[in-house]
Write a new protein. Structure first.
Lengths: 114, 116
């Protein structure tokens, strides 16, 4: 079955520092991958999605970037973090099932920028 | 393009009362619709999903939702609330072309509080 691993689970970073969050997928090949962010008191916002290696689409302009160096690896980065980058980051991927399809989510990374 | 609107960012019910969380969607193609629950400090858990089969969908923990195309709604209900249902609930929509870059678009979430 499809599993998504995210790390770290929690992260506290100072303003202006770089960021690298990693997401890896097991149990499938050539998955579509997504990065979502949940800011405090707000819903889940789609940040980036990727349909394959080196293919990244950005949904909203921001201080973040994403890369897909390998088929099952999706990385979220920033060169200089802002306070507004704080939030809960989720990696997700759709999966086929007997009932159509659903989405698998990683356990998330809670980022606090101080 | 798809979008989701959840009416009410906070809903409070008494234990044993009906839970009704509202979700309206917009989609240019027949949608797939989902409800997810997020317990404090945890990730997302799928409650139920609509994928063009029966319009009344039953999920886990006694929740169900009804797809009403004429109203573009997918409201989540539970006949009797339990304290453990206190969480944040997200409605989401996706188009069918998930293997061509289809995306899951979320509503802003509704926080459910259950009073004893």
């Amino acid at each position: 079955s499809q599993t998504i691993h995210q790390w770290p689970a929690t992260l506290v970073q100072p303003v202006g520092s770089p960021l690298s969050l990693e997401c890896t997928v097991e149990g499938t090949s050539n998955p579509n991958l997504y990065w979502y962010r949940q800011a405090a008191g707000r819903g889940l916002q789609l940040l980036f999605y990727s349909v394959g290696i080196g293919q990244i689409s950005s949904e909203v302009p921001q201080n973040l970037s994403a890369s897909r160096p390998q088929d099952r690896q999706f990385i979220l980065s920033s060169k200089k973090l802002l306070l507004s980058d704080s939030g809960f980051y989720l990696c997700a991927s759709p999966r086929a099932s007997l009932w159509g399809y659903g989405y698998t989510f990683g356990s998330g990374t809670r980022l606090t920028v101080v | 393009a798809q979008s989701v609107t959840q009416l009410g960012s906070h809903v409070s019910v008494s234990e044993g009362a009906l839970v009704l969380l509202r979700c309206n969607y917009s989609s240019s193609v027949p949608p797939y619709l989902f409800w997810y629950v997020q317990y404090p400090n945890q990730g997302l858990q799928l409650l139920l999903k609509y994928t063009s089969a029966a319009t009344l969908v039953k999920g886990i923990n006694g929740f169900e939702a009804e797809f009403k195309k004429s109203e573009t709604s997918f409201h989540l209900t539970k006949p009797s609330a339990h304290m453990r249902d206190a969480a944040e609930y997200f409605c989401a929509v996706s188009d069918r072309r998930y293997n061509q870059g289809g995306k899951l678009i979320f509503g802003q979430g509704t926080e459910l509080s259950v009073k004893p």
